[in-house]
Design a protein around this ligand. Structure first.
Ligand code: FE
Ligand code: FE
Ligand code: ZN
Length: 277
């Protein structure tokens, strides 16, 4: 079965997201733990979360994917900005344990001219501070498009971070199809070779989730603009190849396409019908 969902709004609570997912034939979803700009998280209502957990068990949901606020910069040159990322992510780890055994993804950040290796040092330092041996949440590094001074737009950088984190069994990778195409991985013509590279450099065992997006911008453009499925430079054929690829087909897929709920419902319907059972 295809495990697929989309980004949903947390505003009406956790159980509501589960119901909304079911209403569009999704069996997982992505959500922000707090306002995407990184403000204070809403207090967790244990009953609301318990209702989501039982809904997920009843309907065989795949892992949920929480997304860190996209404004955090764990490798900023400003210690206050780094401290803020540290604080928010630490708090997010606590929130995530209310929903045990799910995933949390974040953007490695931008080194803002300090150089990749300084940026990576800061990211590793942060992860070594926030990861706890008894946590059940897997923290995923997202592959980036390489706009500006973004860290994590190639497999080598992702691997360097993973290999330097002490609790590496708490870590994994979330591959964003729009981002890696923009970063210069030709998943239209050479998906097998890209996956072979991923396996050689990072290890496919570390790949835990896919952000399934089409792209508005051309190959290797180092931009980050998502398109609806089949309406971008990747195209439907490539995306159908991705969800059916033997090395990817069992992973959970999360849509982050520019859509309202009805648009997501259509994309999920299309992708389920294109999935070879
Ligand atoms: Fe992201
Ligand atoms: Fe993404
Ligand atoms: Zn993006």
């Amino acid at each position: 079965m295809l495990n697929i969902g989309c980004h949903l709004s947390t505003s009406k609570g956790y159980h509501h997201m589960g119901q909304e997912a079911l209403s569009i034939d999704a069996n997982t979803f992505q959500f922000f733990t707090r306002n995407p700009r990184g403000s204070k998280a809403k207090k967790i209502d244990p009953e609301d979360v318990a209702a989501l957990i039982s809904l997920m068990a009843e309907h065989q949901f795949a892992q949920l994917l929480a997304h860190a606020p996209y404004t955090l910069n764990p490798c900023s040159a400003d210690p206050k900005v780094r401290e803020f990322a540290d604080l928010i992510m630490k708090d997010d780890m606590t929130i995530m344990e209310y929903l045990p055994n799910n995933y949390y993804t974040f953007h490695p950040g931008s080194h803002v001219g300090q150089g990749v290796s300084v940026g990576i040092d800061f990211i590793v330092e942060l992860l070594n501070k926030i990861l706890q041996p008894d946590q059940t949440t897997l923290v995923l590094l997202e592959t980036m498009s390489g706009k500006g001074s973004e860290v994590g737009s190639n497999f080598e950088e992702i691997n360097t971070i993973l290999s330097r984190v002490d609790l590496s069994d708490k870590m994994g990778v979330c591959l964003d199809t729009c981002h890696i195409y923009s970063a210069g991985y030709d998943i239209i013509n050479d998906l097998d070779r890209v996956l072979e590279q991923f396996d050689r450099i990072i290890g496919l065992n570390n790949l835990k989730a896919i952000h399934l997006n089409d792209s508005l911008t051309p190959y290797s453009s180092h931009k980050d603009r998502h398109a609806r499925i089949g309406e971008g430079t990747l195209g439907l054929e490539t995306i159908v190849g991705i969800i059916n690829h033997p090395q990817l087909r069992d992973l959970p897929f999360y849509l982050e396409t520019p859509n309202e709920i009805a648009g997501y419902a259509e994309e999920i319907k299309l992708l389920r019908s294109a999935y070879k059972e």
